[in-house]
Design a protein around this ligand. Structure first.
Ligand code: PEP
Ligand code: MG
Length: 298
């Protein structure tokens, strides 16, 4: 089994009927790079940057973040690395952040909500990312976006950081900008959001939680979890269609992306890329190579 999978190393991520898809890896930091390279991922589709902030005593400084992003970009170059800005909140935090406890952390001041109300936190990370961007192929992704207004606000801070760096004589590279589609609001506004970013990455873990009103942290709810819930599958279809109408590539980076029983369905929907745990990359590649992206006409 393992040998069969390793035989897929070096093979292209292409469906039986010739559509190129990208099977990328999810990581939490540079320590995951060996697994990514070992499994021959097509790039990093989700770098969960919040892990750089956890299990420590102070905020990671710009310099430290810069070093981590540069290391990942250089190791992967010329392949793409999608870094998600820190998805922190009352349930993903460390004592030094002094975040107030919240009754509903999943619905609280988290992800871009935290970044947009703590400019220093956001600017430090964006400066580090922009500085690192010259060392590889970087894309920046904003988590938990629910509206065009939030996306614009995030883009504005990114632009401010770029201008400031340029004024300081520091070079920055081209950076694609995308969003996580992980709330029903983002799905319903996908048409408008697609016009203002380069790519979508569907976070099926949170999309399921927010669509079905099921706390993903609560083990007692397990009997009610249906990862194949038709509402979520329909949301994925809607997101792909809206994205494609405006030239946005659409990827799946939640757990569902590694569900091989859905690979054919996703490809038929038009999904362009997957980002999965490094250990799942070759299995998804194998599945995609056995699938058709287009509906057979006869
Ligand atoms: C998701 O929500 O599906 C996702 C990929 O992000 P995370 O699991 O880190 O919330
Ligand atoms: Mg999420």
């Amino acid at each position: 089994q393992k040998e069969q999978l390793f035989a897929l190393k070096g093979k292209p991520d292409v469906t039986r009927d010739g559509k190129m898809v990208a099977v990328c890896a999810n990581i939490g930091g540079p320590a995951d790079l060996p697994a990514v390279l070992e499994n021959d991922a097509c790039g990093i589709g989700l770098f969960r940057s919040e892990f750089l902030y956890l299990n420590r005593e102070t905020y990671p400084a710009e310099e430290e973040q810069f070093a981590a992003y540069r290391e990942v970009l250089q190791a992967m170059a010329p392949k793409k690395v999608v870094v998600r800005t820190c998805d922190l909140g009352a349930d993903k935090t460390a004592a030094y952040m002094h975040l107030a406890a919240e009754p509903n952390p999943a619905l609280g001041r988290r992800a871009v909500r935290l970044c947009l109300t703590n400019r220093t936190l956001f600017q430090t990370q964006l400066r580090a990312l922009l500085r690192a961007s010259v060392f590889g192929n970087l894309a920046v992704m904003f988590p938990l976006i629910t509206s065009v207004r939030e996306l614009r606000a995030c883009r504005e801070v990114l632009q401010e950081c770029r201008t400031e760096l340029e004024q300081q004589g520091i070079r920055t590279g081209q950076v694609e900008v995308g969003i996580m589609v992980e709330t029903p609001a983002a799905v319903l506004c996908a048409e408008e959001l697609a016009q203002e970013c380069d790519f979508f990455s569907i976070g099926t873990n949170d999309l399921l939680q927010y669509t079905c009103a099921l706390d993903r942290q609560n083990p007692n709810l397990e009997p009610f979890f249906d990862p194949h819930h038709p509402a979520v599958l329909r949301e994925i279809q809607m997101t792909v269609e809206a994205g494609h109408r405006h030239g946005c590539r659409v990827s799946i980076c939640g757990e569902l992306g590694a569900d091989l029983s859905l690979t054919q369905t996703f490809l038929r929907m038009g999904v362009d890329a997957f980002s999965v745990n490094p250990e799942c990359v070759l299995a998804v590649r194998g599945a995609a190579r056995g699938c058709d992206a287009c509906q057979r006409t006869q």
